[in-house]
Design a protein around this ligand. Sequence first.
Ligand code: NAD
Length: 260
Amino acid sequence: MLKGKTALVTGSTSGIGLGIAKALAQQGANVVLNGFGDVDAPRAEVLAAGHGTDAQVAYHSADMSRSADIEDMFQYSVAQFGAVDILVNNAGIQHVASIEDFPVERWDAILAINLTSAFHTTRLALPAMKAANWGRIINVASVHGLVGSAQKSAYVAAKHGVVGFTKVTALETATTGITCNAICPGWVLTPLVQKQVDAKAQALGISNEEATKLLLGEKEPSMQFTTPEELGALAVFFCSSAANNVRGVAWNMDGGWTAQ
Ligand code: NAD
């Protein structure tokens, strides 16, 4: 379905971004990976997912808090594959603390990586998408783009910003073949959430299993994690022609979290 298209997925060496990159490669899209840590294993996973299609995989190490790095990554992606047809703004970090104790440097980093980076990638992607009259921009927001949780001021502010930015991007492209939508996951068991499970287990002196149950029970009625594979399938739907007129939505996949 996506043969000949190229997807740039930020923060795709791990977790949700990796799940989305694999799902897009499975559909035949070339993928530019980005993120920190080991690159060989995620690259191999994405290549394996695209096996049997012509999907190729490249990687750029841009730090999403730096606009110059993001510009480099765009030039690199175009040089590798000719264009960025699908942009998935996924890179994100978390920090948990009350507002008065929130480290200023962490606030700035969360806003830069979780929100401002999507402005930079989108402004760089739109001219070529408009020239081609086709494009897909998928912003990985969160249930925290729709509702708040105590101790997560920077993250909630950034994710509400992402949902707002998604709507404006959708409006500015509404008469074109470009769509922009947000995905709002509830809990997904990635390294970002495992850290929160570990912190809970340590603070309360309980096992990892008990802490996991507690974490889900506080917010997610289904008592189940959403998986990167399920989120990948939703991203593939947004890229399909069936979603040509799905514009500016914030689609939660959250086990009922925001239905409460
Ligand atoms: P993760 O920690 O598994 O992956 C984060 C990815 O972002 C990694 O590849 C990491 O290397 C990359 N990254 C971090 N800082 C970066 C930077 N400065 N520049 C470039 N890459 C950077 O986390 P995840 O849970 O897969 O999170 C992915 C996205 O999904 C985030 O935007 C997060 O807010 C969102 N999200 C996660 C959950 C969840 O429950 N895990 C729920 C809702 C939304």
